[in-house]
Design a protein around this ligand. Structure first.
Ligand code: SAH
Ligand code: SF4
Length: 375
């Protein structure tokens, strides 16, 4: 549940509160605030991230009321009489998750990486990658701007696997962000030790974005040299046990991937206790070993979103930036109409965006974030 609108507490049972949004009730976990009935809060990913004064909440809700019901009406119209795979998936999305949509901001704070993944432009061996690291101050200020000025309620901190950011630096970043603004903090740092992840949880991070990339162990070992699939899956499971919300998924269109592979990847994503599906199309990067492999088609990607929605009706499914790269004008919209219900907007400072080149011509790179929010 990620409406970026205030909700009113109508029931409290220990740490679980029931929150009402224009008559709809959702549950959320409260770990950070001393709440009572009729208080107003913001929640993200099922976690209370901010308490807000009643007069402020009522004024915001007054503005939202009309828009909320209009959006609901439009959403319902789009889901009537489904005919195609996408329309069916979209109708199921509406039936199970209504018109809620999660919007996350992503801060890509370093493109240094110690790994050599065959698909990725940030791989260690790519000497053409113009490397950068954002300072702790820059990262925190970027997040504060995204939350306090642009109203993001959930932020993903993403980087290559860059050990320059040791435990102390990472804890300091998370602690400072939590002190200065109310947001759900998701980490996308790759494989770090359980000890590191525990420290970051204690500092206030609550979600991790970590794809397993492919559930085929042989392919995994080939395209992620020095790594094995089991370690990745075990890490995801242990992070879930630690209390993190997990966003995971795989790459669509990797070499030799069959339809059956895609179905079993969907199955694994759903059964890992995933809070959000993050499934993206593979797009070849010219300075990687997979440079000559074809890109995933947009249809295959949309089919995969639709099938995920039909198989796991209540899930949150991300329409990724890579999907938008396949169709810059309408990719996000097509993803949402095929059953996705979540978006990621790049809030990295403009001067770094082009350098974070996982794959070429990324959608949104160097676009003004305010314009992006408006569209
Ligand atoms: N280093 C971290 C996070 C950054 S990479 C990690 O690997 O988890 C984030 C995601 O980018 C990866 O999970 C991968 O699925 C995706 N990615 C990398 N190269 C890509 C490419 N060529 N096409 C599409 N997605 C890519
Ligand atoms: Fe590094 Fe992540 Fe790219 Fe692999 S996918 S090379 S871990 S940034």
């Amino acid at each position: 549940m990620c409406y970026a609108i205030p909700g009113k507490i109508v029931e409290i049972k220990d740490k679980i509160v029931t929150v009402e949004y224009f008559g709809e009730k959702k549950k959320a976990k409260n770990e950070f605030y001393d709440l009572k009935l009729d208080d107003y809060i913001y929640a993200q990913g099922g976690i209370v991230i901010q308490q807000i004064p009643s007069d402020e909440a009522e004024s915001i809700l007054g503005t939202w009321r009309e828009i909320f019901f209009k959006l609901k009406e439009t959403d319902l119209r789009l889901t009537r009489e489904p005919k195609t795979l996408y329309q069916t998936a979209n109708a199921i999305r509406h039936q199970h998750t209504d018109n809620s949509c999660c919007i996350h901001g992503i801060v890509e704070f370093s493109n240094y990486c110690r790994n050599d993944c065959h698909y990725c432009g940030l791989r260690l061996s790519n000497k053409n990658c113009d490397r950068y690291r954002m300072s702790i101050y820059e990262i925190v200020e970027t997040c504060v701007y995204a939350v306090n000025k642009l109203n993001f309620k959930a932020l993903v901190l993403q980087s290559g696997e860059d050990l320059w950011y040791d435990d102390d630096k990472l804890v300091s970043i998370v602690t400072k962000i939590r002190e200065k603004c109310a947001t759900l903090i998701a980490l996308s740092l790759g494989e770090r030790s359980l000890e590191t992840y525990q420290k970051l949880y204690n500092a206030g991070a609550r979600a991790v974005l970590l794809r397993f990339e492919t559930n085929n162990p042989k392919l995994y070992e080939k395209i992620r040299p020095g790594h094995i699939l089991k370690d990745r899956i075990d890490l995801i499971k242990k992070l879930t046990e630690m209390g993190y919300l997990i966003m995971t998924g795989f790459l669509v269109g990797l070499p030799d991937q069959t339809e059956q592979d895609i179905l079993s990847n969907i199955e694994l994503t759903g059964t890992l206790g995933t809070d959000m599906f993050s499934i993206g199309p593979f797009i070849p990067h010219p300075y990687t070993p997979l440079k000559d492999s074809p890109s995933s088609s947009i249809d295959l990607m949309l089919d995969t979103i639709a099938r995920s929605r039909i198989r796991f009706p209540e899930s949150k499914i991300l329409a990724t930036t890579a999907l938008e790269t396949l169709d810059t004008k309408n990719g996000a919209k097509r993803g949402l109409l095929a059953g996705a219900n979540s978006l990621m907007i790049n809030v990295t400072p403009k001067k770094y965006q082009k350098k974070y080149e996982l794959y070429p011509n990324r959608a949104g790179a160097e676009e003004d974030v305010k314009e992006r929010i408006d569209t």
